[in-house]
Write a protein that binds this ligand. Structure first.
Ligand SMILES: [Zn+2]
Length: 258
């Protein structure tokens, strides 16, 4: 009963802010924000977006706030210039151009997670080691994830943020057809063919990085071949709903207890 009344109360705002995106998409994006926080992929920073399900030239992203606190009313609609569709709205994320430029460059990208998750950052600053798939849950990483060096585009004095469309384009170009791109001294950006797949990949990219760094401390590491990675994606990622359902329930339970 509570959800029915809150949904109808939110409808007028939902229509004007999200350009007719489905209620399911909006609800899933809120859940995605909460899962990423609950799984330790984002803290006060980081963000997740999803391509609009009625207009591929738009996407949905929260206003400038911590993902763990996002509600449906905080979700805004953006165009591929990275501009909020509704003028005079609340402050927006500085790095929204990560999302706008990847959606523009990659028609297959349906959802994007940007984070500074802990185990990924060391692999973004090593001069020699690169993030590579080391176990079957992370075959999507492939043989070697690309690393974006912002100095190549904007010189040695930036704040490392993707804070304009040109930097977003350079990041998208570096990412190419990969599912993840690391950003030197910053974090990573993960692409999924669905919101659930992007969340799955963000969580398992972090775990893969942790296992890889632990194994590197033990000596020489065996990595997945390109073919093993591709085969693992075909089978394991079919089951990403299983993880989503568990993570969703866990996140909701912890929110109730908080
Ligand atoms: Zn960032």
């Amino acid at each position: 009963m509570a959800s029915t009344s809150s949904r109808s109360a939110a409808l007028p705002k939902s229509r004007s802010s999200h350009g007719g995106a489905s209620d399911e998409l909006l609800a899933d994006l809120v859940v995605a924000n909460h899962i990423l926080f609950d799984q330790g992929i984002v803290d006060g920073f980081g963000h997740v977006s999803v391509r609009h399900d009625q207009d591929p030239a738009r996407f949905l992203l929260a206003r400038n706030m911590a993902p763990g606190q996002v509600t449906p009313d905080d979700i805004l609609e953006f165009d591929l210039e990275g501009a909020a569709v509704k003028p005079d709205g609340p402050p927006v994320y500085l790095e929204r151009f990560i999302h706008s430029e990847i959606y523009r460059a990659r028609p297959d990208a349906m959802a994007i997670v940007h984070s500074h998750s802990h185990s990924i950052v060391p692999l973004s600053i090593s001069k020699t080691a690169r993030l590579r798939a080391v176990f079957h849950m992370a075959g999507f990483i492939g043989e070697e994830a690309p690393l974006f060096e912002i100095r190549h585009t904007a010189g040695p004095a930036t704040d490392l943020l993707i804070s304009n469309p040109g930097l977003g384009r350079a990041l998208a170009q570096c990412c190419g057809s990969h599912n993840i791109v690391l950003m030197r001294g910053h974090g990573s950006t993960v692409i999924g063919g669905s919101l659930r797949q992007a969340i799955y990949r963000a969580v398992y990219a972090e775990l893969n990085a942790r296992y890889q760094c632990e194994a590197m401390g033990l000596g020489e590491v065996v990595y997945l071949t390109k073919e093993e990675g591709e085969a693992a994606v075909r089978t394991v990622e079919q089951q990403s709903n299983r993880a989503w359902n568990l993570w969703k329930e866990q996140a909701a339970q912890r929110r109730r207890e908080a």
